[in-house]
Design a protein around this ligand. Structure first.
Ligand SMILES: [Zn+2]
Length: 102
């Protein structure tokens, strides 16, 4: 009783990458959408690299997704907790096969 409902968060591709490699994905958090543009960037230090930008806001984060040692993000959440929704979201899209390696 009185406990907050756990957040439900799903992630999906809204626009697959276009000819410039720029696509849009969306987090649905308790029914509210948060849209991000993303572009895969060449990464030669392990993992897959993405530049991720939340639409309507200034921050641009460089995110790496891969094995734990190849995972990183520039956001405060990752710096503090070693995990964040950017890494989780992109990782989920890769696991679902929605982000094919180009
Ligand atoms: Zn992050």
């Amino acid at each position: 009783m009185g406990e907050a409902k756990p957040k439900t968060r799903t992630v999906r591709i809204v626009c697959p990458p276009n000819a410039d490699g720029v696509g849009v994905f969306c987090f649905d958090i308790n029914g509210k959408g948060q849209f991000y543009t993303f572009r895969e960037i060449w990464c030669d230090i392990g993992g897959r690299g993405f530049a991720v930008h939340r639409l309507g806001q200034g921050e641009l984060y460089h995110v790496r997704v891969g094995k734990p040692e190849d995972t990183s993000c520039e956001c405060m959440g990752f710096l503090r907790w070693d995990r964040c929704k950017h890494v989780a979201g992109l990782g989920a899209l890769i696991r679902k096969g929605e982000l094919k390696q180009g």
